[in-house]
Design a protein around this ligand. Structure first.
Ligand code: HEC
Length: 135
């Protein structure tokens, strides 16, 4: 009985950290509704163009998410320091979008890097929707 309780507690704490891409989409959907009453769902097409669109940053560099993650998210990417990045699409890398804290950490860093602001919940959801749809 005691062991069962311990095991249950352990499983519960693991599942509190882990997530599926669908759960993350639900959370971002709830957030997007709060950010805008006009929120009408996520769009993989919008996410695809968000992923690829280059913007000039304040230093005059052309940057996009695909600068590091490459235009095809099934391929591995590279940081500016040439370190390998695992593919972004879950079809090629099932670890993606399964850890809410990791996802938030990197949205924070990379949106600041590319957009020089935080991403909205709509942008985050569109981005995930695009990547989970990649076959
Ligand atoms: C300067 C290079 C660089 C750019 C530009 C970049 N990323 Fe990343 N990204 C990384 C690195 C490095 C990681 C962490 C390493 C890894 O997870 O393989 C990462 C990981 C992520 C993750 C974590 C996903 C997960 O579940 O593991 C998300 C989300 C993400 N990036 C979103 C974005 C978005 C959105 C943009 C464009 C606005 C973007 N990135 C642009 C380098 C970059």
């Amino acid at each position: 009985m005691r062991n069962t309780l311990l095991l249950f507690g352990l499983l519960f704490s693991i599942s509190a950290l882990a997530a599926t891409p669908q759960e993350l989409l639900q959370q971002y959907g709830a957030q997007a509704k709060q950010e805008s009453a006009a929120f009408a769902g996520f769009s993989a097409d919008r996410g695809a163009s968000f992923f690829r669109t280059e913007r000039a940053d304040s230093g005059g560099r052309q940057v996009s998410c695909s600068t590091c993650h490459t235009a095809d998210p099934r391929n591995p990417g590279k940081t500016r320091a040439n370190k390998a990045i695992e593919p972004m699409a879950p079809i090629a890398n099932p670890q993606r979008f399964t850890d809410a804290a990791k996802v938030e950490k990197w949205f924070g860093r990379n949106c600041k890097d590319v957009l020089e602001r935080a991403c909205t919940a709509q942008e985050k959801g569109d981005f995930i929707q695009y990547l989970v749809n990649v076959k």
